[in-house]
Design a protein around this ligand. Structure first.
Ligand SMILES: [Zn+2]
Length: 94
């Protein structure tokens, strides 16, 4: 019984230690427009973008730390995608 108890405490401590680390990481939630644009691309937005379509017209991509990882992963999954010029401004664009 004692061993079980300590195992449980260990798990709780582990969770408590790892959660704040995750929360302080700079990650952003991205969404993909379901509608394909005339040029064949789908647009990726940040969650707080004013051009982001309503719930029905978008798909949640998840959380990414940087545009590179986001683009790579999205291209693999959805083909032709590009970043919204309103909310996503990669530093390479300057
Ligand atoms: Zn946008």
């Amino acid at each position: 019984m004692n061993i079980k108890y300590f195992k449980r405490i260990g798990l709780i401590i582990h969770l408590n230690l790892s959660l704040p680390l995750f929360e302080t990481e700079k990650v952003f939630c991205f969404y993909l427009e379901r509608k394909t644009r005339l040029d064949g691309f789908k647009i990726i937005h940040l969650k707080n973008c004013e051009l982001l379509p309503a719930k029905k017209g978008r798909k949640k991509l998840g959380y990414f730390e940087d545009f590179e990882t986001l683009l790579e992963s999205s291209k693999e999954r959805f083909g032709k995608v590009k970043l919204c010029s309103q909310c996503c401004r990669p530093s390479a664009d300057q």
